[in-house]
Design a protein around this ligand. Structure first.
Ligand code: BGC
Ligand code: BGC
Length: 595
């Protein structure tokens, strides 16, 4: 038996609490009016409610979320807790006192909380090949999320990203469905814990169903094509695994499958996921995604609910297009017109209530203050640092550039990315798209990490973003890579390393001492001769807030363990057309050197 399976509840414990939750959900459902049921199926963004918080009570919403840019005024853990508690207080004033399920994108740690730990993004976690570590990381994230009064994380993303042009490639564990299945299931175990009702457990959400990572040319929200075999082998596999791991919710994807929008795809949502795979949790739509089905909002509502969506994510409030009041009105009309069967509503609400019962929030809605205090704790940071160490992939090591020698006198560190937590953390960090220069409290840059280690070893370190510190250095570390981005804005046709980065590596090489290049990126980039000009080359992905994990390995205190979770293309043509380009990729899937 896999060691990681030990942490997971035995089937019988799980089955017992599920059976109990099912009967409790049935009993409550029997008491509910249609309005109350529709309320449970409605999820509204925090920003749409800021001026009308009491609408949570008025409409009895089942859920409130915070999208990537929807924050309270105070974004510390305590500030978030106060805000979510306030929303919850309105839900508890409703007739049936059904607690809210608050949801958030905690996709690499609790990433919108100032002071929380930022983990490496999934592309780096994929390189660790270590399900036990991924489970541990997800557990830390779950505890930090729960510490802010939130019991639902929109994670893990189990996209099997096929094309690096896609700006969400870094949210995927890798290109291989077995890897995504294994690590996705491990993450679900971490978030949901031994029991969902434990104080530090949160409901997981596998996303985005289905084939988000398979769109033609890697276009975000585009169309994925293929036959049944491609669908199952490449894209369905991680859902088989996460459903088996007991995932309580699944988010449906913006993209289409063979031209049919996933939010309208009854065959895949109801037929395959709920029918064939026996998924018992609930389906949440993506952000305003049903709005894209047709240009008539009422028909979007009808089609998506009948396709199998159980809860709808609505960013808009009164006065805006396709807002929650319209949604509720159309739902009522559609039920009374017989266009949405009552049985579909009851099924949806049953599924939502079942997960709420499994979470134990009817009995206990309070947040353990210990969890709040421990957001960003040193213990949590150590887990993230371990993830960083194991995610680094050594692509080249010549002239004994690494590990850094203890006899070095002067080490020059260059490149903006060496000293910038925003670049190091990437997208979905404090803000939706992330940002260079982003403030990330409690984090350690790669430069800070190197400085700490070097001080112990009595090596002098100089730093210059543009490489004005090269003369007299015995070795140079160059940190280059991508600027932060997230969905929609991160798609790129040209994946060449930026010209300024290539120039910096060339300048370093000109100093005539060994050059170690560290690449910060959400995907492999086309390296050209910058690779040849580097004596050692490290793919560090988007490592998050714990830069000391990089220093740990550079100085040889730990060995490189990471193995590529993606094939590394040699050219842009190869990304676009992998089957017809004859040249070999620069590195195969699974490549990675060590000391
Ligand atoms: C993204 C999801 C995310 C949701 C809520 C969407 O745009 O595709 O991954 O969970 O927004 O922020
Ligand atoms: C994202 C949200 C974000 C919004 C901004 C959505 O696609 O998922 O999290 O706040 O776009 O418009």
């Amino acid at each position: 038996m896999l060691a990681s399976a030990l942490a997971f509840p035995s089937q019988s414990v799980f089955a017992q609490s599920a059976a109990k939750a099912d009967s409790e959900a049935d009993a409550l459902l029997a008491k509910m009016t249609l309005d109350e049921k529709i309320g449970q199926m409605t999820q509204v963004d925090m920003d749409a409610l800021k001026k009308n918080m009491s609408d949570v009570q008025k409409y009895g919403f089942g859920s409130v979320l915070s999208g990537g840019s929807s924050d309270p005024a105070d974004i510390t853990a305590k500030g978030w807790l106060a805000a979510t508690d306030e929303f919850q207080s309105y839900a508890l004033k409703t007739r049936l006192k059904i607690p809210l399920l608050y949801g958030i994108d905690a996709v690499h740690g609790h990433n919108n909380v100032q002071g929380a730990v930022m983990f490496p993004h999934n592309v780096g976690l994929g390189a660790t090949r270590n399900p036990k570590l991924i489970e541990k990381a997800a557990r830390v994230t779950a505890e930090e999320v729960a510490g802010t009064g939130i019991r639902w994380a929109f994670a893990p993303c189990v996209a099997v990203a096929q094309n690096e042009r896609w700006g969400r490639t870094y949210e995927s564990f890798g290109e291989n469905p077995e890897l995504c299945s294994e690590l996705g299931a491990a993450a679900v175990h971490g978030y949901q814990g031994k029991k969902l009702s434990d104080d530090g457990s949160v409901l997981a959400c596998a996303k985005h169903f289905l084939a988000d990572g398979g769109t033609t040319d890697g276009i975000d929200q585009g169309n994925s094509v293929g036959d049944d075999e491609r669908m199952r082998k490449l894209f369905l596999a991680p859902y088989v695994a996460t459903v088996k791991a007991g995932v309580g919710s699944i988010m449906v994807s913006y993209n289409s499958w063979n031209g049919v929008r996933m939010h309208a795809n009854k065959d895949l949502l109801t037929g395959v996921l709920k029918g064939e795979l026996g998924f018992k949790g609930f389906l949440i739509s993506d952000w305003a995604a049903i709005d894209q089905i047709t240009n008539n909002y009422k028909s979007c509502v009808e089609i998506s609910i009948n396709a199998g969506l159980d809860m709808i994510m609505i960013p808009n409030g009164p006065g805006q297009k396709n807002n929650y009041e319209e949604f509720i009105r159309y739902m009522k009309e559609l039920v009374s017109e017989g266009k949405i069967p009552q049985s579909r509503i009851d099924d949806a609400v049953h599924r939502i209530l079942r997960e709420k019962y499994m979470l134990g929030i009817f009995e206990n809605i309070s947040t353990d203050p210990k969890l709040t205090e421990e957001v960003g704790s040193p213990e949590h940071r150590l887990v993230a640092r371990e993830c960083v160490r194991e995610s680094l992939v050594l692509l080249k090591n010549s002239n004994r550039a690494l590990p850094l020698s203890k006899n070095l006198k002067r080490l020059a560190v260059v490149g903006k990315g060496a000293n910038d937590l925003g670049i190091q953390c990437g997208g979905w960090t404090i803000g939706w798209q992330g940002e260079a220069g982003q403030r990330v409290d409690g984090g350690t840059t790669i430069l800070d990490g190197i400085r700490k280690e070097a001080a112990i070893k009595e090596i002098q370190v100089s730093y210059s973003a543009n490489g004005e510190n090269l003369s007299g250095a015995d070795e140079i570390i160059v940190v280059v890579g991508e600027q932060p981005y997230a969905e929609m804005k991160g798609d790129r046709k040209d994946l060449n390393l930026a010209a300024a980065d290539a120039a910096l590596i060339k300048k370093a090489k000109g100093a005539g001492v060994p050059v170690v290049t560290i690449l910060l990126s959400g995907r492999p980039l086309v390296l050209g001769n910058s690779f040849d000009m580097s004596d050692a080359f490290v793919a560090a992905w988007l490592p998050g807030s714990e830069g000391e994990g990089v220093a740990d390995v550079l100085f040889g205190d730990y060995k490189f363990k990471g193995k590529l979770s993606r094939t590394w293309p040699r050219s842009n043509e190869q990304i676009l057309n992998p089957t017809t380009v004859v040249e070999a990729p620069q590195f195969s899937y699974g490549f990675g050197l060590s000391y």
